[in-house]
Design a protein around this ligand. Structure first.
Ligand SMILES: Cc1ncc(COP(=O)(O)O)c(C=O)c1O
Length: 368
């Protein structure tokens, strides 16, 4: 298996734990262990008595039950727990596609969605979205990409890096096409439930199409990436079974403390989501006003979900040099779009509570 360098993680690996301000993070503001445990009266005592043996490979039953509650028509049996969405992407591709198959990946996207598809030996085509078209989904282009051996389509809504939710009619059309051509749809929904207006939430794909898999995670909308816990949910149990067999070779089972803490967080997810959405709704107008004040430098398609956006920047040199200079001079970490093969963009994040201060630092630098 050949894997190309993971440019996003390399860039973050270099700066994430030394930069003073994260102004590009895709995760919402996290909680401390004490804050999470305080959400239920007996949680501390239950954690203290947790047995640290192996857990069930598909996931602890009480956790699978908590996960199923995110969806409309799902039960615990429809969920497979994984140790992060990253493991979920790896398992889904490697368990379900291989050489001789064709995979279509929506881009720009989180890098592993593309590179892990390539690592299976399958042929991979990009379903490209473009800033110039408002990051629209071109359904005719998707239809043209489909071949007789197209086995899987990866989509991501709300999307990293654009922060834009797929239009409901586009999702319907994608499912219609996939059903007609018998294509598995892996829908990365790690930013679901953090729509800026909850009225715009799309149904999860597992509730709409039996041959689809919804990928979820504690990392983004719930702001708990340190739990390293995610899930794959589908009505197609043959797919779940194949992915479970693959999981026996990756992690066997997930971490027992993380399963416990995830189930707690999911039972209390409305409290966590309200807090995280509050931070996003406070920060978003500040970022919008900042970009408007600097419209000579930045333009964007306004995000409507998630804690991220992907403005275009007009600068002389490369965005990589620009971001390196900004972090060196101000301690503010932006993410250069070149790591997404989008060299005219930067990713900005507005899910952290110190975002206004980070923005001030960036503004001071830009106007100095
Ligand atoms: C779209 C998308 N999918 C998956 C992941 C991986 O998330 P996790 O922390 O659960 O591995 C990320 C992380 O940035 C992401 O943006």
């Amino acid at each position: 298996m050949k894997l190309n360098p993971f440019r996003i993680e390399h860039y973050y690996g270099k700066h994430e734990f030394t930069a003073k301000y994260m102004l590009s993070s895709s995760d919402a503001q996290s909680l401390s262990m004490a804050e999470l445990l305080a959400l239920e009266p007996n949680a501390r005592a239950e954690l203290d008595s947790l047995w640290l043996g192996y857990t069930e490979s598909p996931g602890a039953p009480y956790l699978r039950q908590a996960i199923s509650q995110i969806y409309v028509g799902m039960s615990a049996d429809d969920a497979l727990v994984v140790s992060s969405a990253e493991e979920g992407i790896f398992i889904a591709y490697h368990a379900l596609v291989g050489s001789g198959d064709h995979v279509i990946v929506e881009t720009p996207c989180y890098e592993s969605a593309l590179e892990l598809a390539r690592s299976t030996g399958a042929e991979v085509s990009l379903w490209e979205r473009h800033f110039e078209d408002g990051w629209a989904h071109d359904l005719a282009a998707l239809e043209n990409l489909i071949r007789s051996n197209t086995k899987m389509l990866y989509i991501n809504t709300p999307s990293n890096p654009t922060g834009i939710n797929m239009k409901p009619e586009v999702l319907d059309a994608v499912i219609h096409l996939a059903r007609e051509k018998n294509i598995i749809v892996l829908c990365d929904e790690v930013y679901r439930e953090l729509e800026h207006d909850p009225k715009n939430r799309l149904p999860a794909i597992c509730d709409l199409y039996d041959n689809a898999i919804s990928l979820g995670s504690m990392s983004k909308s719930y702001g708990l990436p340190g739990l390293r816990l995610g899930w794959l949910v589908s009505k197609n149990h043959a797919l779940l079974e194949k992915m479970l067999h693959f999981k026996f070779y990756t992690t066997i089972c997930s971490s027992a403390p993380s399963e416990f803490l995830t189930a707690l967080a999911l039972r209390q997810r409305q409290v966590i989501l309200a807090r995280n959405l509050g931070i996003v709704q406070h920060n978003f107008p500040l970022l919008e006003a900042f970009l408007a004040r600097h419209s000579d430098l930045f333009s964007w398609v306004k995000p409507n979900a998630s804690p991220i956006g992907f403005p275009r920047v007009k600068i002389k040199g490369s965005v990589m040099d620009f971001c390196e200079e900004v972090v060196e001079k101000t301690g503010v970490l932006l993410l250069p779009g070149s790591v997404y093969d989008q060299p005219n963009h930067i990713r900005m994040g507005y899910g952290r509570s110190n975002m206004p201060e980070a923005l001030e630092q960036l503004e001071r630098y830009l106007t100095s």
